[in-house]
Design a protein around this ligand. Structure first.
Ligand code: BDP
Length: 677
């Protein structure tokens, strides 16, 4: 009997041992537990951060002796470091201890990607001071727009019980240079600032600190009223100001290096200073004053729009430009990459560069709210790069968003870059194994926005899977083209926001929420009619083009010079308009949707050939996600072409695979995925 039980146990556990590749290790797959001995690690002193650096070397580093030195002369590297090596020794020097830890992760990365380690002479200095993840996690454990399970933060268990994943999370971030996190949703509960919650936050902050990570919180503008029982939350009310000062003092008593607040105000129903006839500057400055004595900062979001006003794409600019110069110097305006909302492709947000006396930072979205959740393989580095490399022309040619936000063109006290995280309690952290690459890519670009997408993809594949060229090259190709592919099968040529309402999974170009907010309706965005399709943002339309600096206003405003990948963003284009390749707009739309579908099918073919090179579990997981993506791509193509065809009245070119759905059936699909807008 006992023998039998052993056997059954063995049978159950054996496959787990052989195939235990569940993705939980992320890109941190250093050789286990056989690093160099203690006498080959030279460093003075001891501190939590240094101890981690030593531990990582002792467990995983297999090369020459490593010396770690903090040196005053390296202070100008900020969190950066210098690495100089000979065949006997590698010296990592940095102004701060965290720089040493980053340097250790740097050489471990080189070891894992099999780089030559003998003649290193590298200086690394981060592009941004604050490299921050925004978690949209709620206090009840759910995550807004989260597709990888529930929140990592176990608020009910804290402060007493500590999940091992808190430290694993901190380590993963540190390994790519992320140094800040906002723990909670921008649609913030006032309870976040309650004393009992702050004590829980303190525990997380203490765990993250040795990894160089500071904690920030999203705050609800009405907190003084809701939590403090004050009459209102008017930023000019002395009692309100005092409430925030006292709250700041309370937070810093618990968390002396607390980073500051992230605020979504007067947006999508959230309270804000405008409720009291005050401006965003009044609101932000009040909080900035409360945080100032402790060097805390306010990240004030520019994602504001209301249904009654102008073209949604224009509103952030209209509200914030008049306030330029009115913000305290510890306020940074946090701006989504595009002026609408994290679409597969948007023109860049014209607010970048338009504020000359106010610091600006980018907000990206890593979680794939508008890119197939954690079902679609979409590598986001090309999207991030597209924004960072966009030339705004604010200060003449070469005024890229990277240079506006990193302090080059607008010297700032503190520079920052943020992204909405895709992390949850799923074993593999992000739902799709390839979604880990987007967390990774954000961290690497926040550290160095000069890296290109290919370098990042290559590094990540080598670290996460294998450096076998037979795997590396084809998979890299998939990753690098994947964002464009998703644009092709979802919203090519500048189409945007034609998602199913609420959850944003799948197509609903026919969506017309009469009686609801027009700016949440797909028909508001594509404007299809018998003549053509697209949103006229030129002078004859909403004139959003006027918010761009010359020559972009002209370039975007003129249909013949507007980049075709944004043509329907800026123009209402006739169905028979001749595109650059000679096709009519209608045909171009059809072929582009079709090519998106074909590319996903190619990804499937490529992926199936990858089976010999990696573990069974991750191979199969990705394979089944690609099946979903492939079906979804056909769904998107059929829904959009059949629907737009009701306006264009033109045939789908006959060499294109025919639709396999009926439009009427597609219109009936109602996924039960919750959510309001
Ligand atoms: C939209 C999301 C919504 C967020 C909002 C925001 O649909 O859930 O609350 O952005 O960023 O994309 O505030």
């Amino acid at each position: 009997m006992r023998y039998l039980r052993f056997n059954i146990l063995f049978l159950l556990i054996f496959p787990l041992l052989v195939f235990a590749e569940d993705g939980s290790q992320l890109w941190l797959r250093f050789p286990a537990k056989n690093g160099i001995s203690a006498d080959k690690i030279i460093s003075k002193g001891s501190s939590p951060t240094l101890n981690i650096a030593r531990k990582e070397l002792g467990s995983h580093w297999q090369g020459q002796t490593v010396e770690l030195r903090t040196e005053n002369k390296e202070k100008n590297l900020k969190d950066g470091y210098r690495i100089v090596s000979t065949s006997e020794k590698i010296v990592i020097s940095a102004g701060k201890e965290i720089g040493l830890l980053y340097g250790v992760y740097h050489i471990l990365r080189l070891q894992q990607t099999k780089a030559n380690l003998s003649h290193l002479n590298t200086i690394e200095k981060p592009s941004y001071d604050v490299r921050i993840l925004n978690h949209w996690d709620n206090l009840d454990g759910s995550i807004e727009r989260g597709y990888a399970g529930r929140s990592l933060w176990k608020w009910e268990d804290l402060p007493g019980k500590i999940s091992p994943r808190y430290e694993e999370y901190a380590r993963a971030n540190a390994s790519i240079g992320i140094n800040s996190v906002v723990l909670n949703n921008v649609n913030a509960s006032p309870n976040m600032l309650r004393e009992d919650y702050l004590k829980k936050v303190k525990v997380l902050a203490d765990i993250f600190r040795p990894y160089g990570i500071k904690v920030y919180l999203s705050v609800n503008f009405s907190s003084p009223k809701v939590l403090g029982g004050l009459q209102n939350s008017d930023p000019l009310n002395k009692d309100v100001q005092k409430w925030w000062k006292d709250k700041a003092a309370e937070i810093y008593r618990l968390i002396p290096d607390f980073g500051g607040f992230l605020v979504k105000a007067n947006s999508e129903g959230q309270p804000g200073p405008q409720d009291y006839g005050r401006t965003h500057a009044d609101g932000a400055n009040m909080m900035a004053d409360a945080l100032k004595p402790y060097s805390g900062i306010v990240m004030w979001r520019a994602f504001v729009y209301s249904p009654s006003k102008d073209d949604r794409a224009k509103q952030a600019y209209m509200e914030f430009v008049p306030l330029d110069g009115k913000f305290r110097d510890n306020v940074i305006i946090q701006i989504k990459n595009g002026p609408v909302d994290f679409q597969p492709r948007e023109a860049f947000n014209p607010l970048f560069g338009a504020l000359r006396k106010t610091s600006e930072m980018v907000e990206f979205q890593i979680t794939q709210e508008y890119l197939g959740f954690s079902n679609h393989l979409v590598f986001l580095a090309p999207l991030f790069k597209e924004t960072l490399d966009s030339d705004t022309y604010s200060d003449g040619q070469g005024s890229t968003i990277a240079k506006i936000t990193d302090g080059t063109l607008r010297p700032a006290k503190l520079t920052a870059i943020s992204a909405v995280a895709n992390i949850g309690e799923d074993t593999n952290w992000t739902g799709h194994h390839f979604a880990q690459a987007n967390w990774y890519a954000f961290g690497r670009l926040a550290w160095n926005h000069q890296l290109n997408s290919e370098q990042i993809a290559e590094e990540w594949i080598k670290m996460t899977f294998t450096d076998d060229q037979n795997f590396l090259n084809p998979v890299k190709e998939i990753m690098l083209s994947s964002r464009e592919t998703a644009v092709d099968y979802m919203m090519p040529l500048g189409l945007h926001h034609i998602f199913a309402g609420g959850h944003h999974y799948g197509p609903e170009p026919w969506g017309d929420y009469k009686g609801g907010r027009p700016d949440w309706s797909p028909v508001y965005y594509h404007q299809a009619d018998a003549q053509g399709v697209g949103f006229n943002r030129t002078k004859t339309g909403s004139n959003a083009v006027s918010q761009y600096f010359p020559p972009l206003n002209e370039r975007y405003g003129n249909i013949s010079t507007c980049p075709e990948n944004l043509i329907l963003w800026f123009h209402h284009v006739p169905w028979d308009y001749t595109m650059k390749d000679g096709k009519s707009l209608w045909d171009e739309l059809c072929y582009t949707y079709d090519s998106g579908v074909k590319k996903v099918r190619d990804y499937q073919k490529t992926w199936d050939r990858m089976e010999p090179y990696i573990d069974k579990q991750r191979f199969t997981d990705v394979q089944s996600k690609l099946k979903i993506q492939s079906k979804d791509a056909v769904w998107w193509k059929d829904a959009c072409l059949l629907y737009f065809q009701t306006f264009s009245k033109k045939p789908i070119p006959y060499d294109i695979e025919r639709p396999v759905h009926q439009l009427e059936d597609l219109k009936k699909i109602k996924l039960n995925m919750g959510h309001h807008n």
